[in-house]
Design a protein around this ligand. Structure first.
Ligand code: HAM
Length: 408
């Protein structure tokens, strides 16, 4: 029979790798909990319309990357390409909003985007996602950035850079769009890459962060978003920057950071690393004050971010699997039950370890114990069976070996 292989762009995560994911999730749970966030688990499947309306019809995600299919009744469903849309859908549907109330949620889990797979870019990938609803103050933006930075430093990643920008609001964005349209009509658009040629009409801001050298060159004198912010957006952004600076967070301003999802307004940010190849963004987020109302809710502001776990996992060093304390070596098969019950007793005392189920030579078992890296090996052989004892071997180099009564 032929073997079935996994589909392209997805991964099986075995313990060595999945332990990194568990560590990141546990750290997020701890850190985000300290800031008052609770976990919200939303479905992987949503109505396709949700993503079209929130992420934006003209984005790459909606145009080219969604796993969309009709269900058995012909309704169009999509496997979530990101978490924010589902969280907002749930927030609106469950009528969480009350005037003056701030709600904070985090979400973790798999997301799906039909992209060309490469290191750090998968078709099924995992995010740790945080969202705050009901706070329009710049202090909320600052707190979100500080929480993200605390999380990253608690998983051991200190050397990442944060890039920040403000995308303005519905007041100042049209003024900027006009300036940008004027600029594009002054250049030879044919020379832009195919994607940008389309984006000039459908989503011109995206042209600004195209990585194609020719596009970068052609747009180097394009008007800058920060120069077109209204007074409120400018003040908002200045307060955010002032607070994070006082908190000791280092950042760079990137006036071309526009993000790939349409719902952002005002503060936007990305965390990047130079150590993971061409996919440099390990986290991204920003403010989305118009999203809740555009999905049928009240006029509630929101802000959040998502970290890409595959990319963070590439940066984590060391081992994250739980270390074993002991190994119980079964050398005489007549001791099998005693050995198993002995190991169980140690676990009830809080130790971690394994026991051999089938009897094997002492040499093979000690080799296995060494591989596990345990500090103690308990040996159940013929002599031990006859004397109702167990031999305890200290696995450190030159470690002692002694025999104790099984009763003890
Ligand atoms: P995003 O920038 O599209 O934002 O994704 C966030 C992070 O997910 C990226 O920085 C990257 O690390 C990771 N990521 C994205 N696509 C892939 C992929 N194909 N393979 C591996 N990792 C990937 C969002 O998704 C927004 N929902 C973030 C947000 C939350 N904004 C406000 N709240």
């Amino acid at each position: 029979m032929s073997k079935i292989q996994k589909i392209k762009g997805v991964a099986d995560l075995y313990p060595e790798e999945s332990a990194r994911y568990a560590f990141m999730e546990a750290t997020a749970r701890k850190v985000f909990g300290e800031y008052g966030y609770g976990e919200l688990r939303t479905p992987i499947l949503e109505k396709t319309e949700l993503f079209c309306r929130s992420i934006g019809e003209e984005t790459d995600v909606v145009q080219k990357e969604m796993y969309t299919f009709p269900d058995r009744k012909g309704r169009s469903l999509t496997m979530r390409p990101e978490a924010t849309a589902g969280v907002v859908r749930s927030y609106v549907e469950n009528k969480i909003y009350q005037p003056g109330k701030v709600s904070k949620y985090f979400t973790t889990g798999p997301m799906f985007r039909y992209e060309r797979p490469q290191a750090g870019r998968m078709r099924q990938f995992h995010q740790i996602n945080a969202e705050v609803f009901g706070a329009s103050e710049p202090h909320a933006d600052a707190e979100v950035l500080l929480m993200l930075s605390t999380f990253l430093s608690e998983i051991g990643l200190e050397k990442l850079s944060i890039e920040l920008n403000s995308l303005g609001c519905p007041e100042c964005r049209p003024v900027y769009r006009k300036a940008l349209d004027d600029f594009f009509s002054s250049i030879d658009k044919e020379q832009l890459c195919d994607d940008c040629n389309r984006r000039v009409d459908t989503n011109p801001l995206r042209v600004l962060d195209c990585k194609v050298p020719k596009c970068k060159e052609l747009t180097k004198d394009a008007p800058s978003i920060p120069d077109h912010l209204c007074d409120e957006c400018r003040d908002h952004f200045d307060v955010v920057l002032d607070i994070i600076k006082k908190a000791g967070l280092s950042y760079t301003l990137n006036p071309r950071l526009v993000r790939g999802l349409d719902y952002y307004q005002r503060t936007t940010f990305e965390v990047t690393s130079g150590d993971i190849g061409s996919q440099t963004a390990v986290a991204g987020g920003g403010r989305y004050d118009g999203l809740v109302s555009s999905l049928g809710g009240a006029k509630v502001p929101g802000i959040g971010f998502a970290c890409g776990m595959e990319r963070l996992a590439m940066l984590l060093e060391g081992e994250y699997e739980r270390k074993m304390d002991f190994y119980v070596a079964l050398v005489d098969e007549r001791c099998a039950s005693d050995a198993l019950l002995f190991a169980e007793n140690l676990r009830r005392q809080g130790q971690c370890g394994e026991v051999g189920f089938a009897a094997k030579s002492m040499k093979a078992q000690l080799r296995h114990a060494n591989k596990l890296g345990v500090s103690k090996c308990y040996i159940f052989g013929t002599e031990e069976f006859e004397n109702r004892t167990v031999t305890v071997k200290d696995m450190a180099e030159g470690g002692e070996q002694k025999t104790i009564s099984l009763q003890d």
